[in-house]
Design a protein. Structure first.
Lengths: 114, 114
């Protein structure tokens, strides 16, 4: 079974600081996609960043970047210059079964303090 | 539509009653997904539609759960004889083709069985 593990149930960061959220995954595929989603209290899941496994370059979206280590099956999310609006649940996800669904981790709750 | 629309936003039902949850995906999105999010848990995959057909129903927790999609658009998730353990947020998502580019999620339906 393909699994996604987020080992940090909760994280805290001060405004303007940098925080890294961890994620490891297990897949037998050689080519696949990885995602980070943000879920604020409104419940709507928002796509933060996407990584294609065959690309060695780490994906970046403004203040959000990933550290993708394919051999280690690690996919961490770095949030720079944290803002109060970044407070949310963050879910890591891996594409499964040749692209028809995503498998999600249990999430990390990020608290941003002033 | 501009986004994925789910209704109702919240539903409280008595144990043993049947409920129907509705999802209206983004126009033109051929793939539609249902997930369940229980308190403190990640997202549990329920079912996937490609057009009107569901290639994989193995995520449905029991035979009390069923889903259909008509006209390649609106989908309904039905839970018969609801139980307290069915209480969760039910999230719907859609994508243009498979999961490679991630999903667009709705805001979910919070189901409470009392």
């Amino acid at each position: 079974a393909q699994t996604v593990t987020q080992s940090q149930p909760e994280m805290s960061v001060q405004e303007a600081e940098t925080v890294t959220l961890s994620c490891t995954y297990d897949t037998s595929e050689s080519d696949y996609y990885l995602f980070w989603y943000k879920q604020p209290p409104s419940r709507q899941m928002i796509l933060v960043i996407r990584q294609e496994a065959y690309k060695q370059q780490n994906a970046t979206e403004n203040r959000f970047s990933v550290n993708f280590q394919k051999a280690a099956k690690s996919f961490s999310l770095k949030i720079s210059d944290s803002q109060l609006g970044d407070a949310a649940m963050y879910f890591c996800a891996c594409e499964v079964n040749s692209g028809y669904a995503l498998n999600f981790g249990k999430g990390t709750s990020l608290l941003v303090t002033p | 539509g501009a986004g994925v629309s789910q209704s109702p936003s919240n539903k409280v039902t008595e144990k043993g009653k049947d409920v129907e949850l509705r999802c209206d995906p983004i126009s033109g999105h051929t793939a539609l997904y249902w997930y369940r999010q229980s308190l403190g848990q990640g997202l549990e995959f329920l079912i996937y539609f490609q057009g009107n057909s569901a290639p994989d129903k193995s995520g449905l927790p029991s035979d009390r759960f069923s889903a259909e999609r008509t006209g390649g658009s609106v989908s309904t998730l039905t839970i018969q004889r609801t139980q307290q353990e069915d209480s969760a947020v039910y999230l719907c998502a859609s994508s243009q083709e498979g999961a490679n580019y991630g999903y667009t999620f709705g805001s979910g339906t919070r189901l409470t069985v009392v």
